[in-house]
Design a protein around this ligand. Structure first.
Ligand SMILES: C[C@H](O)[C@H](O)[C@H]1CNC2=NC(N)=NC(=O)C2=N1
Length: 112
């Protein structure tokens, strides 16, 4: 994909599903994220809470910007004052390094 915004082209990086022990190690570095589902539905997710819809949508747009730049796209559950971000790598039907890298970037959006 050609884009001024793209910073990471994961398509050239061989993707593989992380092993359970690798997932546990990476989750340790992202304490606000939790594991959900299993098998092909496994994912990591985090709920972000906001004061109102405007704040929530500002966050959603920032996440979309990260997703575009990384060419990796989370499932988003958008509500009035909260958003649940859920990462999984469809291509491997599991969790890959990319999911954890993107989760850390989303955490960074709200870092002080
Ligand atoms: C080529 C490109 O990187 C792929 O199609 C990407 C796009 N975004 C993606 N997002 C997610 N979450 N999983 C994928 O496997 C995926 N594949």
């Amino acid at each position: 994909m050609s884009s001024m915004l793209l910073v990471k082209d994961w398509s050239g990086v061989p993707r593989r599903a992380l092993k359970p022990t690798e997932v546990v190690t990476r989750l340790g570095a992202l304490p606000d994220w939790r594991l959900t589902g299993d098998g092909p539905d496994v994912a990591i997710e985090r709920e972000f809470r906001f004061a109102n819809y405007h704040e929530t949508m500002a966050f959603v747009n920032a996440v979309a910007f990260v997703a575009h730049r990384q060419d990796h796209h989370p499932d988003l559950s958008v509500h009035y004052n909260r958003c649940v971000v859920r990462w999984q790598t469809h291509a491997v039907q599991g969790l890959s390094e990319t999911d954890f890298a993107c989760a850390a970037l989303v955490d960074g959006l709200l870092a002080a």
